[in-house]
Design a protein around this ligand. Structure first.
Ligand code: NAD
Ligand code: TYD
Length: 355
């Protein structure tokens, strides 16, 4: 038996591959296009591990993906591959349509033909798990109840709209063709191997480099934060026990405004790697022009996955963020290697015009 993971060189996918092989001996074929966000260094510890096979390919490749499925005969496909950064979706939405919508469609088609020719037992046992986001539900006001699985889809950014479209395609492949699909909608992840374009790793990396810590707008936007390894355990649980055709919200019960997140990161750095002048890293905080269409609040009601599948997060924000800051302090080489010319170009594109 073996599984396919797509996007397994990205932040969550790489954590998932590493965790999976720590928990199981079941092999993984890891398919990744290696965009700017894919990084094989995150998987360096698996270099001599025969349970991990890496394939450099696009989920939308209608020749290679069917060949790989036929060759390896996976019992499950877990789809992490996506363009995932909201700010990039504002600057270049087309990449998001290509991978998240068209790519997911082609992947579904490849998987459907593979699944169709399996024998009855393997057909029944097969799973396609689509990894999605809470952002498909849109934005909440301060006092509205958290998103349940019944919440209406109201995506507001090109990123969340493209993820919503992919969720709908996945749903339709179950309803129309009977493909055994599962969907998870998770809140903001943080942890090791997170590309420093997203809030938490960007703040750690900029703080240590003596750069400004750019807070969009008033910094009062609220996100629910989940330690990435808890997301990985939720996905393992849903693959193992989720009901076909169902969606599961995954969250950390941990809503915080951005400004509070940045203050926590600064306080940990003040403790673990104090500035030479002994001043706090909070001195580097700068309020900058807001993101276009910035969603005010996301909040996940994760009671269904707890009630039906017995999953809940193992980390609190305090334990998870401490591990995360420590990981970045211990892995400065990984950070230096991802800050390529392309990364510097992005920082210029996204931040230069913000006042
Ligand atoms: P990421 O951007 O770090 O990684 C995405 C990976 O997908 C990269 O390795 C990239 O090379 C690969 N990829 C992109 N296009 C591809 C294509 N066409 N074919 C094959 N591979 C391709 O993203 P992430 O943060 O690890 O997110 C993984 C998934 O989880 C995404 O689907 C995202 O929408 C979802 N998600 C992320 C978060 C979060 O907080 N990061 C929260 C909820 C859901
Ligand atoms: P991000 O990590 O991009 O995740 P998402 O947009 O998917 O929630 O951003 C998290 C929050 O942090 C979001 O409200 C935007 C904000 N943010 C900043 O204030 N400054 C920044 O430089 C970045 C990248 C994000």
């Amino acid at each position: 038996m073996m599984i396919f993971v797509t996007g397994g060189a990205g932040f969550i996918g790489a954590n998932f591959v590493l965790d999976w092989l720590q928990e199981h001996d079941e092999p993984i074929v890891n398919i990744d296009k290696l965009t700017y966000a894919g990084n094989l260094e995150s998987l360096a510890s698996l270099q001599d591990d025969s349970r991990h096979t890496f394939v450099h390919a696009d989920i939308g490749d209608t020749k290679v993906i069917p060949e790989l499925l036929a060759k390896h005969q996976p019992r499950a496909v877990i789809n992490f591959a996506a363009e995932s950064h909201v700010d990039r979706s504002i600057h270049s939405p087309e990449d998001f349509i290509q991978t998240n919508v068209v790519g997911t469609f082609h992947l579904l088609e490849s998987v459907r033909s593979y699944w169709n020719q399996l024998d009855q037992q393997n057909k029944t046992d097969f799973r396609f798990l689509h990894v999605s986001t809470d952002e498909v539900y849109g934005s909440l006001t301060k006092n509205e109840p958290a998103f349940t699985e019944q919440h209406q889809y109201e995506p507001n950014s090109p990123y969340s709209a493209s993820k919503a479209a992919s969720d709908h395609l996945v749903r339709s492949y179950h309803h129309t063709y009977g493909l055994p699909v599962l969907t998870t909608n998770c809140s903001n992840n943080y942890g090791p191997y997170h590309f420093p374009e997203k809030l938490i790793p960007l703040m750690i990396v900029n703080a240590l480099a003596g750069k400004s810590l750019p807070i969009y707008g008033d910094g009062q936007q609220i996100r629910d934060w989940l330690y990435v390894k808890d997301h990985c355990s939720a996905i393992r649980r849903v693959v193992a026990a989720g009901i076909i055709g169902e969606t599961y919200n995954v969250g950390g019960w941990n809503e915080k405004p951005n400004i509070e997140i940045v203050h926590t990161v600064c306080a940990l750095l003040d403790e673990l790697r104090p500035r030479e002048d002994k001043k706090s890293y909070t001195e580097q905080i700068t309020f900058v022009t807001d993101r276009l269409g910035h969603d005010r609040r996301y909040a996940i009601d994760a009671r269904k996955i707890e009630r039906e599948l017995g999953w809940k997060p193992a980390e609190t924000f305090d334990t998870g963020i401490r591990k995360t800051v420590q990981w970045y302090l211990d892995n400065q080489e990984w950070v230096a290697n991802v800050q390529s010319g392309a990364y510097r170009d992005w920082v210029e594109t996204n931040y230069a015009e913000r006042t």
